[in-house]
Design a protein. Structure first.
Length: 559
């Protein structure tokens, strides 16, 4: 990009001040990208230069992030040719070039609550605090969200005296402003009104949730019935950067096959957090954000690298702990039942001061350091978060348990489905005289071993005509002679379930259209229970402990 003494020869816009954004890690760069546009909106007086600092162990992905955002990027060593008026960073561990311009450091989390390895030596340091040399120079300014953080700094880093600026937390303000749009985020994530969304949030390092319990996502998906719950994961960008997306997805392959909502590392975690019904967390900032906006919480890990006396550390004293080897569903339900919206209000009050005004305060600070009059336009306000894209692949195979209760004239069939990829983690539910387990596969299941072992095959494609459904059923059962049933949705509502003996059952429901795997499970249960498939047999389908639908089965002549 054009920088240096003759940059004016190539530039279209000629700003009065140069603001350099130090981009060192994905975490810190995201925070600046989420904040800066609102602060500099429509102001041509400021020229922004993004400088990439590649020295962090977590620098992978920074350039991709900047290029995706449309930023022009200068190498860090090129800063020597620039005379900045202000350096802005959300990473405190930067080697700023010599000069006298101020350096404004934004937090990339909530306060100074974690000890991290020091890149300059073998010891640990307090995350968020710039090196003493920069404090001594009088150039550094540290933005904080609560006066308690200033007190903490003065106790641990006396050279920070007079170098803090209380601005609040823009991220918390956005989360709060977006609560009214929660239903839209849930719909975008594929969460229905009848489902609960359980989100696991993991910071980075061996004491994080994923560091301590790498199989917890698969276990959650196995313990929480597929039709009643969705499970998401918010993973710290440092995990993606240090290990790579390939490694992370390989380690969580079973969870992803089971429908895990693997939330992208950039931006999308905020609407996912707003959408959550329960947050399973650790000592990372996302856990504290979730508590602050009133989300029921379970702590699955809490590392010794959390700093005593901070709000996050106080949260550990009041939030319930998750027994990762216990009954996960019961603990999730208990967390929801026992929760009140203000349960963590006292903890949040120790981390966030004067919520709702962070962007306005930060704009004032920015222009004061740039030595420019603040724009006359209205002060920025937190915007509603955009709707995310759905970050999950469809589930293609299930371990299905169907239980038949009631009398023979009007029975109830209760169906619970667990994705087959995580069935090994599911609580044992042995077959009984009224409970039957089978494997069901969609027709796009890629593992042929599962398809060849499935009792029920399900058509994934959109609803077909009756003729098309019958043709698919016949071809599918001929191709997979070991299967007992094949089910397809039919246009106009209802479902056709074909039996290997040639009979076809029409399944109609009084409520919304069903995933054809559910009618298939009903017919399978009736066969196993010895219930005659008489014409117009009424029964009730109960999906787990959730909704119940009136169902009618009608046997058609063999086509």
């Amino acid at each position: 990009m054009p920088v240096g003494a003759d940059a004016h020869r190539w530039s279209t816009f000629h700003g009065e001040r140069v603001l350099v954004v130090a981009a060192r890690t994905v975490t810190s760069t995201v925070r600046v990208l989420e904040t800066l546009p609102a602060l500099l909106r429509d102001d041509s007086r400021v020229t922004v230069v993004f400088a990439h600092d590649p020295t962090s162990a977590f620098n992978d992905g920074v350039l991709d992030l900047l290029h995706t955002a449309g930023c022009r990027v200068a190498p860090w060593e090129q800063l020597a040719r620039i005379t900045p008026d202000l350096i802005l960073s959300a990473s405190e561990n930067i080697d700023v070039p010599e000069g006298d311009c101020p350096v404004l450091v934004l937090p990339h989390g909530v306060g100074f609550h974690k000890l991290v390895p020091d890149a300059r030596g073998p010891r640990e340091r307090l995350s968020g605090v710039v090196p003493d040399a920069l404090l001594e120079s009088g150039r550094a300014w540290l933005a904080v969200s609560h006066p308690a953080q200033e007190e903490q700094l003065l106790a641990t880093h006396p050279k920070a005296v007079g170098r803090t600026l209380l601005v609040g937390d823009p991220c918390l303000d956005e989360l709060a402003a977006s609560r009214a749009h929660r239903a839209a985020y849930r719909e975008a994530l594929g969460v229905t009104e009848d489902q609960r969304l359980v989100v696991l949030s993991s910071t980075w390092g061996p004491t994080s949730v994923l560091g301590a319990h790498p199989d917890l996502l698969a276990r959650l998906l196995a313990h929480l019935p597929h039709d009643e719950y969705r499970v998401g994961a918010i993973t710290h960008p440092n995990v993606w950067s240090a290990h790579g997306a390939w490694q992370l997805r390989t380690l969580q392959a079973a969870a992803l096959e089971a429908g895990l909502l693997m939330v992208p590392t950039v931006h999308a975690w905020r609407p996912a957090l707003v959408a959550a019904d329960v947050l399973v967390g650790d000592h990372g900032s996302v856990t504290l954000y979730g508590a602050a906006v009133g989300t029921p919480l379970l702590l699955a890990a809490f590392g010794g690298d959390a700093v005593p006396g901070t709000a996050v550390h106080e949260l550990a004293a009041v939030a319930p702990r998750l027994d990762t080897r216990g009954d996960l569903r019961r603990q999730v339900e208990d967390a929801v039942r026992a929760h009140t919206p203000d349960r963590y209000a006292a903890v949040a009050a120790q981390a966030f001061a004067e919520p709702g005004h962070a962007l306005a305060r930060l704009r004032g600070v920015l222009y004061r350091l740039l030595r420019l009059p603040e724009p006359t336009s209205p002060s920025p306000v937190p915007l509603v978060l955009p709707v995310p894209e759905r970050p999950a692949a469809p589930v293609t195979s299930w371990q299905v348990t169907a239980e038949v209760t009631g009398d023979g004239t009007s029975p109830t069939v209760t169906v619970r489905r667990v994705p087959a990829a995580v069935a090994a983690y599911a609580p044992a539910r042995p077959d009984t005289a009224a409970r039957f387990t089978h494997l069901a596969c969609a027709d796009d299941e890629r593992d042929h071993r599962l398809t060849e072992s499935a009792s029920v095959l399900v058509r994934r494609q959109p609803a077909a005509t009756a003729v098309g459904a019958l043709r698919w059923i016949a071809e599918t059962l001929a191709r997979q002679p070991g299967s007992l049933l094949a089910a397809s949705a039919v246009r106009g509502g209802g479902c056709l379930v074909g039996l290997s003996d040639g009979r076809v059952v029409t399944v109609t429901v009084t409520g919304p259209a069903l995933d054809p795997g559910l009618p298939g499970a009903v017919v399978y249960a009736c066969l196993r229970a010895g219930l005659a498939l008489d014409d117009a047999r009424p029964l009730t389908l109960r999906v787990g402990d959730g909704r119940a639908e009136d169902v009618v089965l009608r046997v058609r002549p063999a086509p």
